[in-house]
Design a protein around this ligand. Structure first.
Ligand SMILES: Nc1nc2c(ncn2[C@@H]2O[C@H](COP(=O)(O)OP(=O)(O)O)[C@@H](O)[C@H]2O)c(=O)[nH]1
Ligand SMILES: [Mg+2]
Length: 455
């Protein structure tokens, strides 16, 4: 049988597949760096041997990748050009932080491996949508199951446990208010502003467990009244027209117009997701930051638990079937510590993984460096070769150091007392146009996320 060109085109199109990936993590976890590297690695894969552990490249079936216009016209574009420009400036700089959701689309051309697909066509295309969104937004999920009074009680109790004078001061500022008798929104706006400032301050102190998450990363909602409320001891009966009634109303608006649309418009559309966790920075900041990060992760993970009874299942039909946790910036430790880093991440994730039900979701934990800024090697110490890393610090100084050991289990009091961990801020290495960015284990991450779609 002779296959006409037209039928061939049709068959080809039939082979094309599409996958949508969500990239998340708390701010500074490394989302922008990860997406920049992911796109760079795939685009340069045709001319570089940069992804040896990605099977499709290993088998020389990867023909190349290019950016194509995204399908979703309402989401801002991920600014890849700006990221690449920063990285290739002299001296090289890390991309500017972004604070909203953004998206980029790639077309990956490859030779199918499976027999049926091979018979049908010599090449196929995988369309890959990559969406960057703040992990902070996932911290809001539990708010969907609480009314204003319950949320307020929880939140106030949480704040009371934080030993910072600014927190005490804010709590003091609301204690004598009579919002059920008051009218107008002037006072509410003022206190909400102070509350937002307080949350930002907590974040700068390493407290990641922030509610509502949008208050610290508002995206397009900056200054919208729906982000203007705060926890307040509610009374059983709301007086009509009172400031308290307004708070209660804004809280419900926040649930319905902010949290739910995010899960509907974005979250439920992801086929796969990657959660980036900056385990090493938290280790460096000490026990309170580490414990708070652990708490934030456990709340973030609730968004991935969609057993029959979960609120997600009731509201939407999530379809994520693979979930990757990545401990980022692995180039900050010597390679002999990478397995400990993976184990530590597993210890952070596993208890919750076992406790709640994650139906049909495959999970993996990996240490990665999206854009490696250091070189691993050895230094001689007491006549023995010791592992070390070297790189250029932010101030231009070149150093070689042994940053310390990563604990393979959750750190205990002994660790915090005896084992320091040295985390320096390195400049990215300079990288020429068309070159693949240096990385650690990006190939493993890509294999896990899309390898099965490139068969
Ligand atoms: N050494 C190193 N630093 C990284 C890496 N990824 C991110 N960083 C650092 O972490 C900062 C925050 O990363 P970014 O991607 O902007 O985080 P985002 O807020 O999650 O998008 C960057 O400015 C870098 O200083 C990495 O792979 N290696
Ligand atoms: Mg970013």
């Amino acid at each position: 049988m002779k296959i006409t060109r037209q039928t061939k085109n049709l068959i080809n199109r039939g082979l094309d597949t599409h996958i949508r990936i969500g990239v998340t993590g708390l701010s500074r976890a490394g989302k922008t760096a990860f997406i920049t590297s992911l796109v760079n690695q795939l685009i340069s894969s045709a001319t570089n041997d940069n992804l040896p552990l990605l099977r499709v490249q290993q088998q020389q079936r990867l023909l190349g990748a290019r950016r194509v216009p995204q399908k979703n016209l309402l989401t801002p574009r991920f600014n890849l050009d700006a990221s690449i420009k920063s990285l290739s400036s002299t001296p090289p700089q890390w991309p500017q932080p972004t604070r909203d959701v953004s998206e980029i689309r790639l077309a990956i051309k490859y030779k199918p491996n499976s027999r049926t697909r091979k018979l049908l066509s010599r090449t196929a295309t995988l369309y890959l949508d990559i969406v960057d969104y703040p992990g902070e937004w996932l911290l809001d999920l539990p708010m969907l199951e609480m009314d204003f009074a319950t949320w307020s009680a929880n939140q106030l109790q949480h704040l009371e446990q934080i030993p910072l004078p600014e927190v005490k001061k804010w709590l003091q500022s609301v204690v004598d208010l009579k919002l059920n008798q008051d009218k107008g929104d002037g006072l509410i706006n003022q206190i909400s502003n102070d509350y937002t400032q307080l949350l930002l301050l907590l974040k700068s102190h390493g407290y990641h467990h922030i509610q509502p998450g949008r208050f610290v990363l508002p995206g397009e909602l900056a200054h919208a009244p729906v982000l203007s409320f705060f926890p307040y001891v509610a009374e059983a009966k709301l007086i009509k027209g009172s400031a308290l009634e307004l708070l209660d109303k804004r809280y419900r608006e926040y649930q319905n117009q902010v949290i739910k649309p995010f899960y509907k418009r974005y979250f439920s559309e992801f086929d796969r997701q990657i959660v980036l966790v900056d385990v090493l920075s938290s280790l460096n900041q000490g026990p309170h930051a580490f414990n708070d990060m652990q708490w934030a992760i456990s709340d973030i993970m609730k968004s991935f638990s969609y057993g029959n009874n979960s609120i997600l299942r009731r509201l939407f039909a999530p379809r994520t079937d693979k979930l990757l946790f990545a401990a980022t910036k692995a180039d900050h430790v010597t390679p002999d510590q990478h397995s400990n880093l993976a184990l530590l991440l597993r210890h952070l994730v596993q208890p919750i993984w076992q406790y709640v039900s994650f139906e049909n979701v495959e999970m993996e934990c990996l240490p990665v460096a999206s854009i490696s800024a250091t070189e691993a090697g050895y230094v001689e110490s007491k006549g023995k070769a010791q592992p070390a890393i070297s790189g250029t610090l932010d101030n231009g100084e070149k150093i070689t150091l042994y940053p310390g050991e990563v604990p393979a289990t959750l750190p205990n009091a002994h660790f915090w007392k005896n084992s320091g961990f040295e985390f320096s801020s390195f400049q990215p290495k300079s990288c020429g146009e068309g070159e693949a960015l240096p990385h650690i284990a990006m190939d493993k991450a890509i294999e896990f996320l899309i390898g099965d779609k490139l068969r």
